[in-house]
Design a protein. Structure first.
Length: 349
């Protein structure tokens, strides 16, 4: 059993749900579990509150931290659904393993999420675009500046009510020529905190030039296209949907693999293979490049209107958008509006 301490009075009445900023408003409660003496201790759900950490906490010095991103959805009958939570559980432990963090028990993970979401279910609003963003994360908490894996960790889950990530407008991306997101043998496949910190500077430079995101290229020669910002990326060329294969540089996105399976079920040819910058430019020039879109938990599916490479911009004229078609099918499953023939969704009783 998880020990539960509920807040005396919810703060939900003070929240403007029509003007939420993604990831800045949090629900009333949080899940927390400590690792010490070589084992995970008894978990708790308690009121959302600040943490007290020693200044020498290992995570502050060596960045030993990983996280996940997932969502809960409320259907028209007020039932609450999770989408492929088993994938998030497996991935957070894969990420943890790469950073020498002990695996988190499956029982605690699923009990913690379900109980926390159930307690704070009033924060999940009905209607497409509305959801509860769930952030499980784990970090090294041992007070030490010794450059070695920590002996103590804290695993937490916090939740934030969210609406549509991008509110509209053209999405223009810059293909990276200098910076890379990850290298062979590194931690690019893991949802390690440091992966995202390293993106902030080149992304800020791209924003100054009027771009919303960067399409990352390989670290060797900046020749192959890999991810777009914090999203996996897809290219529709002729009648095929192409995306980079997952490897030790590219995140195995849950939305990515879901879109691949939905596309295949629609009879669309999907290719998971390396794709060069030169191939995309050539496809644009000969008219066979029909769409580019990103996928991720926060954005779901995001059409990209143009890309720039070596100071030249390439506009994409989208007709009969495959991205929108696939998004509608995926969202329909998430909100229990369409039949889940893939057995992806989990109801919270």
């Amino acid at each position: 059993m998880i020990k539960v301490q509920q807040i005396p009075k919810s703060k939900i009445e003070s929240v403007d749900f029509d003007n939420l900023v993604f990831g800045k408003t949090f629900t009333d409660h949080m899940f927390i579990c400590h690792y010490k003496d070589s084992k995970w201790q008894k978990p708790e759900i308690k009121p959302y509150q600040p943490l007290t950490l020693d200044p020498s906490a290992s995570v502050l010095h060596y960045g030993q931290a990983v996280f996940e991103g997932m969502k809960a959805f409320k259907d028209h009958e007020e039932k609450i659904w999770l989408f492929r939570p088993d994938e998030n559980f497996r991935r957070i432990n894969r990420s943890a393993h790469r950073l020498q963090i002990p695996d988190f028990p499956e029982k605690y993970f699923f009990q913690g999420i379900k109980q926390l979401v159930k307690i704070d279910q009033a924060w999940i609003k009905q209607g497409e675009g509305n959801s509860l963003y769930i952030r499980p994360f784990v970090f090294a908490s041992q007070p030490t500046v010794q450059a070695s894996a920590s002996d103590e960790y804290i695993f937490m889950i916090i939740c934030a009510p969210v609406t549509t990530y991008y509110s509209g407008g053209d999405i223009n991306v810059l293909i990276a020529e200098e910076y890379s997101r990850a290298a062979n043998g590194g931690v690019g496949f893991a949802k390690a905190a440091g992966n995202y910190a390293a993106q902030f500077y080149p992304t800020s430079e791209a924003l100054k030039k009027g771009f919303q995101q960067i399409i990352w290229t390989d670290a060797n020669n900046h020749e192959y296209l890999e991810e777009a910002g914090t999203m996996n990326i897809f290219f529709k060329i002729n009648d095929s949907l192409i995306t980079a294969p997952t490897n030790d540089r590219i995140l195995d996105g849950v939305t990515r693999k879901s879109i691949i399976e939905i596309a295949k079920s629609n009879g669309i040819n999907v290719e998971e293979r390396p794709i060069k910058v030169s191939e995309i430019i050539e496809a644009h020039e000969n008219g066979s490049l029909q769409e580019i879109f990103g996928t991720g938990t926060a954005v779901v599916v995001l059409p990209i209107n143009s890309f720039s490479y070596r100071a030249k911009s390439y506009k994409i004229s989208i007709t009969n958008s495959l991205a929108i078609t696939l998004k509608k099918q995926l969202v329909g499953i998430q909100y229990n509006q369409l039949e889940d023939s893939f057995d992806w969704t989990v109801v919270i009783d």
